[in-house]
Design a protein around this ligand. Structure first.
Ligand code: PGA
Length: 255
């Protein structure tokens, strides 16, 4: 069973160029010598090159917050998975609920994006799924999670060492300061694990898939998320904007 934890920082659209450079440098310093888990940072696409130059020679990997489902052509404003790989990205967040909500990303787009990213060697998709507060209140969470997984991943072939990270991010927990109860996250991860078993078989699931949690994780509440079953790491938004706090989170979850 894999024990390596993935701790992914999602800086969203929060930082200027100068702030990105300065925080990237702080991260590099903070994580010098850290080898207990996989650390990735997803800055704005506009500043990936600057961040890549700073992270060079460190263990911090670079990630993007989105990718196009097309690889090339007349798609004004889009950025292809190939281009992301070109500037050194190893991870791409796909189907984040903020994009589903504000950019109207639908199931088909997300499915096509996963396919496009998997075509690029050494690029790992981080596929976000999660229920809304209404879905939670009406006890539809399990169905919603399985449905979103199937819509994103059905019919996808996973070869060799290819990794796919599924990020369970309850929409009501993102940016609200209200993280999920750890036991509830563990239950949701179990549902995801079982659904992936059904879709890909246990062997492929264990080898190629990872399940991480995201939503209002901080240096205090992270303690509750250690030692949970099927908890392969964390996707962190707000608390990743402070190098020291993100480092504490990474340290705690990898203990
Ligand atoms: P948050 O964001 O940690 O600020 O809740 C998580 C995310 O959106 O990935």
């Amino acid at each position: 069973m894999p024990t390596k934890k993935y701790i992914i920082a999602n800086w969203k659209m929060n930082l200027s160029l100068a702030q990105t450079i300065s925080l990237a440098k702080e991260f590099k310093k903070e994580f010098a010598g850290f080898s207990r888990g996989e650390i990735a940072v997803c800055p704005s696409a506009l500043f990936l090159t600057e961040a890549a130059a700073i992270f060079k020679g460190s263990a911090i990997k670079l990630g993007a917050q989105n990718a196009s489902w097309e690889n090339k052509g007349a798609y004004t404003g889009e950025i292809s998975a190939d281009m992301l790989s070109d500037v050194g990205c190893r991870y791409v967040i796909l189907g984040h609920s903020e994009r589903r909500k504000y950019l109207f990303e639908n199931y088909e787009m997300i499915h096509k994006k996963v396919r496009a990213v998997l075509e690029i060697e050494n690029l790992t998709p981080i596929v976000c799924i999660g229920e809304s507060i209404e879905e939670k209140k009406s006890d539809r969470r399990d169905f919603v999670l399985v449905d979103q997984l199937q819509q994103a991943l059905s019919g996808i072939d996973v070869f060799g060492e290819q990794e796919i990270i599924v990020a369970y991010e309850p929409i009501w927990a993102i940016g609200t300061g209200m993280a999920i109860e750890p036991a509830e996250a563990e239950y949701a991860h179990k549902i995801i694990k079982l659904a992936l078993n059904d879709m890909f078989g246990m062997q492929v699931n264990n080898k190629n898939f990872r399940i991480i949690y995201g939503g209002s994780i901080n240096a205090q509440n992270v303690k509750g998320f250690t030692n949970l079953e099927n908890m392969d790491g964390l996707l962190v938004g707000g608390a990743s904007l402070k190098a020291e706090e993100f480092y504490k989170i990474a340290q705690t979850i990898t203990k």
